[in-house]
Design a protein around this ligand. Structure first.
Ligand code: AMP
Ligand code: MG
Length: 713
């Protein structure tokens, strides 16, 4: 199926005219682009839909109209209310009764009470939130009439993030949806009558008409909608939903893939009564069709500015400022779970299935019904066959009998308890063991690990090996992730020779920082972008920064970042990049130059490899994590006894190259000289000495940050 236009209607049951949040929104997408309209009443909305449909038909075009209300009820309802097991009969029943004025005043709750009266007991609908009682419409949830479920099959299948739908029987209260469906169905009935033969409602009717109406569920795109609202703070969530859903469905149509979202794979009788939600069961395909937010977040030009008169900034203050200044990237993509290690989740992951899916045995042994056992020796005849992992026993184990069962096997019908093989004797015909055995012993409950629909992992989580195990176990084939952060690395300095395979004169040195920083970026899970080496020449540096701004989300430079004559990076950034030079009370380190180059943040690190590494680990690592969507990071250190002596002056924090000796005490590198690259390699971590003065002697507790906790691997 292909359409020329997609419209998404976000409905409302407001009793008065209303605009803005929780009112009626209509998103429309065609080849001319996307628009969103806000309509104050249902009468106006219906008139607008009539015009839209009439225009579409006049132009010989096709329209898909998605409505965010239910078009069916749980199986059994239609037949009971109308005598016909078809949703259309319910629409007609409603259209004959619902009165909805041009001022939005309506009689819906009375209509629901009338529907309830057709059922034994209280009937399914509930939620009278009005002051006056309405006979036949309970205020709180009643027991459902026999045979009616709380939810339709399609709702349980629509397990996108945030998709935990309320029951269609609930008519009022936060998030209630039932009334929207009842009023919406009456409207759909009228549209169908008005455009008879040209408008069909999927999946109840074939989709060859010019206009197809279908139920949609905007929460399937909740993560994408949140991102759109975050990028456009003035936009209401309802507006974001109708825009994005209309865009995604239009894209899907252009790709010729709309039918892929229209495959309920359900029994025809069920569909005839309950209907289906467009895209349910195919959430990932829908999400893939959402246009990427291509705009990176804009940082304010003065985001790195330090207040006047600030002299030396303590490390913690500098970290707080950095954290406040930066924003996460917004661009997202879907990725197969098996390839998602190291990626950052852009949306929460929900369990598609419980783990374990069915109760099973935790051991090799014999399974039986606990009720038939007691104290003392137990002798249970064995049924023929066995239950093993992947080989379920299809029959029922009679009360008082037992079955051979192996670890991981689904408990057969009639089995709720397992006795461990080692605790039994067995003569081939019966199994013997000592009672009592605890009920449900040696079994695992269905969902005891994770229940279907439960939050498996939150947005912002960086996926590690165990997370891939979890997601795979829960049947999550793809994840929505942020696109990897791209980190550009540039070295500067006239004395620097780009790589050790090139000759260097005695006054020249090989570039040590770039391979180190590129590798760090990779270790942290980012895309390292090599921006090469620039001589101490403003134009050469500017050209490399331009390249970096085009190819990276953040740039690390090293060298030339102080305020001296030869500090060309800071001079250039001061002139053209809104430089703020942070004098951080830190050793090793000198000013950290922070700037924006064409909107891209630049971290100007000192040239000394020791200072460059420490500044990268302490400042760039948490900042990049925030930018990558995984949130700010605080390195995890632990306290160990010192194996060295040092009198530390007050007023600045110090990081010493360190490693643990065989006693678990921290020894430090013999020289603190910040040119001593050998010490970086010798070390396995850093000792962090506080801002205050400190006398360290062997045995004094000090804080040790292993390289691994700083992402150096
Ligand atoms: P700067 O920050 O430019 O004043 O440089 C401080 C020291 O670090 C100087 O001794 C530089 O030669 C050295 N240096 C700067 N960049 C690098 C680099 N990429 N690799 C090794 N040493 C460097
Ligand atoms: Mg230099």
């Amino acid at each position: 199926m292909k359409v020329d236009r997609v419209a998404i209607l976000d409905w409302s049951t407001a009793g008065k005219p209303r605009l803005g949040k929780d009112s009626i929104w209509l998103g429309i997408v065609d080849s001319a682009g996307v628009t969103a309209e806000n309509l104050p009443t249902r009468t106006e909305a219906e008139a607008r839909l009539e015009t839209l449909i009439a225009e579409t038909l006049a132009g010989g075009q096709r329209l898909l109209l998605g409505v965010d209300f239910n078009l069916g009820h749980p199986a059994g309802f239609a037949r009971h209310l109308t005598g016909e097991a078809r949703a259309q009969a319910v629409w007609a029943w409603l259209a004959a009764r619902v009165v909805d004025g041009p001022d939005n005043a309506h009689n819906l709750l009375h209509v629901a009470a009338e529907a309830n009266a057709a059922f034994p007991g209280q009937g399914p609908f509930w939620g009278n939130a009005r002051k006056a009682d309405i006979p036949g419409l309970p205020r709180t949830r009643p027991d459902l009439p026999e045979g009616l479920a709380a939810a339709r099959k399609a709702e349980t299948s629509a397990t996108g993030p945030g998709a935990r739908p309320k029951s269609v029987w609930q008519l009022s209260g936060a998030g209630a949806v039932g009334a929207q469906g009842l009023m919406g169905m009456a409207m759909v009935h009228r549209l169908r009558a008005r455009f008879a033969g040209q408008l069909a409602v999927w999946p109840f009717e074939p989709t060859d008409a010019a206009v197809t109406v279908a139920e949609v569920y905007p929460s399937m795109l909740s993560a994408e909608c949140k991102a759109l609202c975050a990028a456009n703070p003035a936009m209401a969530m309802d507006e974001a939903q109708v825009r994005l859903l209309a865009q995604a469905l239009y894209t899907q149509s252009v790709r010729g893939d709309l039918t892929a979202l229209m495959d309920p794979s359900q029994d025809a009788d069920l569909i005839a009564e309950e209907g289906w939600i467009l895209g349910a069961g195919h959430q990932m395909a829908l999400r893939r069709a959402v246009p990427a937010t291509q705009e990176p977040p804009r940082l304010r030009d003065d985001c790195f500015a330090m207040p006047q008169g600030v002299d030396w900034v303590p490390v913690d203050d500098a970290l707080d400022r950095l954290r406040a200044a930066l924003k996460p990237i917004t661009m997202q993509e879907t990725c197969p779970t098996t390839q998602a290690a190291g990626r950052v989740l852009a949306a929460e992951c929900l369990a598609r299935r419980s783990n374990p899916p069915r109760p099973n045995s935790a051991v090799d042994g014999y399974g039986f019904a606990h009720a038939a056992t007691g104290e003392g020796p137990q002798r249970l005849p064995l049924v023929e066959g066995r239950a093993a992992a992947g080989q379920p026993f299809e029959g029922t184990v009679p009360q008082g009998a037992a079955i051979r069962i192996l670890t991981g096997a689904i408990l057969p019908d009639g089995v709720d308890t397992v006795v461990l093989e080692e605790d039994t004797a067995n003569d081939g015909a019966a199994v013997v063991f000592d009672g009592p055995v605890k009920p449900r012993a040696n079994t695992r409950k269905a969902g005891e690990d994770v229940v279907q629909g439960a939050l498996a992992l939150p947005a912002g989580h960086r996926l590690r090996a165990p997370d891939l195990a979890l997601l795979s176990a829960l049947g999550v084939p793809e994840v929505q992730v942020f696109r990897p952060l791209r980190v550009g690395v540039l070295s500067t300095g006239d004395e620097i020779i780009a790589a050790p395979d090139l000759p260097a004169l005695p006054h020249q040195i090989w570039d040590a920082n770039r391979p180190m920083l590129l590798t760090l970026a990779q270790n942290w899970g980012y895309q390292a972008v090599d921006l090469g080496h620039a001589r101490d020449d403003p134009e050469a540096i500017a050209a490399r920064l331009n390249d970096g701004a085009a190819r990276a989300d953040v740039i690390l430079t090293s060298g030339g970042a102080s305020a001296g004559d030869e500090d060309h990076v800071s001079a250039l950034l001061r002139a053209r990049g809104a430089l703020s030079s942070w004098r951080i009370a830190l050793k090793p380190g000198r000013p950290l130059a922070l700037a924006l180059w064409g909107g891209t943040p630049v971290f100007g690190l000192p040239g000394n490899p020791v200072a460059a590494l420490v500044c990268a680990l302490i400042f760039a690592r948490p900042a990049f994590s925030l930018m990558a969507g995984a949130g700010w990071l605080v390195p995890q250190g632990f306290t160990v006894p010192a194996a060295f002596t040092k009198f530390k002056k007050p007023g600045r924090r110090e990081y010493l190259r360190a490693r643990l000796n065989t006693d678990g005490a921290a020894e430090v590198f013999a020289s603190e000289g910040s040119g001593r690259i050998g010490g970086l390699s010798w070390a396995d971590g850093l000792v962090e000495l506080p801002d205050e003065a400190m006398d360290v002697a062997p045995g004094t507790p000090v804080k040790y940050l292993p390289y691994s906790s700083l992402g150096v691997v």
